[in-house]
Every structure is written in C-alpha cells, then in structure tokens.
Design a protein around this ligand. Structure first.
Ligand SMILES: NC(=O)c1ccc[n+]([C@@H]2O[C@H](COP(=O)([O-])OP(=O)(O)OC[C@H]3O[C@@H](n4cnc5c(N)ncnc54)[C@H](O)[C@@H]3O)[C@@H](O)[C@H]2O)c1
Length: 237
C-alpha cells in the first residue's frame, strides 16, 4: 500500500454522499485521518453535522476538527446543492440558496481552514469543487453554473492570496454518478447529453476522488490556482 497519505490530516465537507464520501473513504484507505462535515448526520469516525452556510457552525466545526486531528493539512470542500430551473420559473429564494451553499459555504469553510492553518504556522492544501458546467454553461442551470464559476474565480484569488504556504486548486467534475445528478431518473435526452463526451459515459465518484488525492498529494506541489477538469473530455480548455 502507498504511504504518501499516511497520517495526513484531512477535512472533507459534503462527506455524507457522492464524491465527498468517496473522497473521505479513499483518503482513509490510504492511511489519512479524516474529519467529515455534512448537513446530514454521519455515523462514521470523526464527524460534524454542520450547515456550511452557518458562520458559527462552520467556525466551531473547523476549530474542533483542527483540535481533534492536531492540525489540518488538507481541506476538501465538496458540499453543494444543485438547482434545475428555467429563469422565468425560478423563485429567487431557490437561486439565493444555491449561491449561499455553493459559494458562501465554500468561502466560509475555506476562511476558517486558512485561519487554523495559519495559526499553526503551517501550510496546507485546499481543494474546492467547481463544475464543467461553469465553463460550458447550460440552459436552465444559471444559478448553479454561476455558483461554480464563482468557485473557479475564488480559487485563483486565494491561490494568489495564500501562496506559497497554502496551495488552492479545484476539481471541475463532469457528470458523475451521485444523488446530486440522479442519472437513472433523468429523461432519456438528458442522459444522452450527460454521456456525450469522448469517453461515452458519466464518471464514478471514485474517479473524481482520485483527482482530489492527486491535488492533495506531493505530485501537485507545483500547482496552485488551477481548476482541473475531470470530465471524460466533455470540456477541453
Ligand atoms: N455529481 C455531479 O455530476 C457533479 C458534477 C460537477 C460538479 N459536482 C460537484 O461535486 C461536488 C460533490 O457533489 P456530489 O455529486 O457528490 O453531490 P451529493 O449530493 O452526492 O453530495 C453533496 C453533499 O453535500 C451536502 N450538503 C449540501 N448542502 C449542505 C450544507 N448546506 N451544509 C453542509 N453539507 C451540505 C449534502 O448533504 C451531501 O452529503 C459538489 O460540489 C458538486 O457541485 C458534481
């Protein structure tokens, strides 16, 4: 077994489901110590039930994770929600919630993590989640796409703000087989759209988790401010 992650202290938000869950499991399999954050209750290991949009809950959970783990080396911010909504039919409260969870939630979790990383005088790695849709755009997905384009912008800002000690990158998954996408229940034309990439299929959560581990590991030590597409070739720039 590879030992490059042995003893690494990792926090994963959105770890109750999908890509966050697969990421937490892969880190643990490779010897890392993981604290899980999610809105949903989690029974496994060190975990905190938090709403990432709540400033106090986030600050308390990150401080507690830092305390329990004895520091944070890597933070993975996977928590997000999805919104399908034609502009003319989308209540503003739904659009605001997507921006709040995906953008402000990422802002808060990152801010508190940087705070504790700096207080220990150590560097670290921060890995955020954008989406291929931030680049491609898609009808009826404006609020979600805007939230993810915002994450890509924050990655570049924070890479400049916190280098060289803290490296900030993102993964931008293509359609991935999780409850967020709910692929099995999509209409046929939408299923075809999601799998129409050069690899002819949607991704599996573990395939995205592998890219997260690459960004967390030493192989990416000269990368910061990058948004890494993991999308079967659906988007190529
Ligand atoms: N699945 C895809 O097709 C796909 C494509 C591109 C990008 N992404 C991104 O990948 C990341 C992971 O998505 P996923 O597909 O695993 O989704 P998922 O729905 O399976 O998991 C998301 C997790 O976030 C948690 N969460 C939601 N709101 C929260 C809140 N306010 N506070 C705390 N936790 C909250 C949920 O409880 C859930 O456990 C997200 O950032 C998503 O936008 C997913």
């Amino acid at each position: 077994m590879s030992t490059e992650f042995k003893g690494l202290k990792v926090v994963v938000s959105g770890a109750a489901s999908g890509i966050g869950l697969a990421t937490a499991e892969l880190f643990e399999k490779k010897g890392a110590r993981v604290a899980r954050l999610d809105f949903a209750p989690i029974e496994t290991g060190l975990s905190f039930q938090v709403d990432v949009t709540d400033e106090i809950q986030v600050a308390e959970a990150i401080a507690a994770a830092d305390n329990e783990l004895g520091g944070i080396d890597v933070m993975v911010n996977s928590a997000a929600i999805f919104l399908y909504g034609p502009l003319l039919e989308t209540p503003v409260a739904e659009a605001r919630r997507v921006l709040d969870v995906n953008l402000i939630g990422t802002f808060l979790v990152t801010r508190e993590t940087v705070r504790v990383m700096k207080s220990r005088g150590k560097g670290g790695k921060i890995i955020l989640f954008s989406s291929e849709l931030a680049q491609l755009g898609r009808e009826h997905h404006a609020a979600y796409c805007a939230s993810k384009a915002g994450v890509s912008a924050m990655v570049r800002c924070w890479a400049k703000e916190f280098g060289p000690d803290i490296l900030v990158n993102a993964v931008a998954p293509g359609p991935t087989d999780t409850p967020l996408l709910d692929y099995e229940n999509l209409p046929e034309h939408w299923k075809r759209l999601e799998s129409s990439n050069p690899l002819g299929r949607i991704g599996q959560p573990k395939e995205i988790a592998e890219a997260v581990l690459f960004l967390a590991g030493p192989g990416s030590n000269f990368m910061t401010g990058q948004v890494l597409g993991v999308n079967g070739g659906a988007s190529m720039v």
